[in-house]
Ligand binder design. Structure first.
Ligand SMILES: [Zn+2]
Length: 65
């Protein structure tokens, strides 16, 4: 059950542009990532660029760096 919560086991994939966030927090194209590590599971989400594009109101709430 612990696997579900580990960053290595679940990779967020952007449902809009299909980029994947790796374990360093960097968004990369899916082709580049899958060829390197095909064991990981994917969980759907949105990358920062698409979040900003699709949900501008939402981004305002958590983009406080
Ligand atoms: Zn995206």
């Amino acid at each position: 059950m612990d696997e579900v919560t580990t960053l290595q086991g679940m990779l967020p994939i952007c449902t809009n542009c299909k980029d994947i966030r790796d374990d360093e927090g960097l968004w990369k194209q899916i082709e580049a990532y899958i060829s390197k590590d095909s064991d990981a599971e994917l969980t759907q989400g949105l990358c920062p660029d698409c979040t900003r594009e699709l949900y501008p109101d939402l981004v305002e709430n958590f983009s406080q760096d």
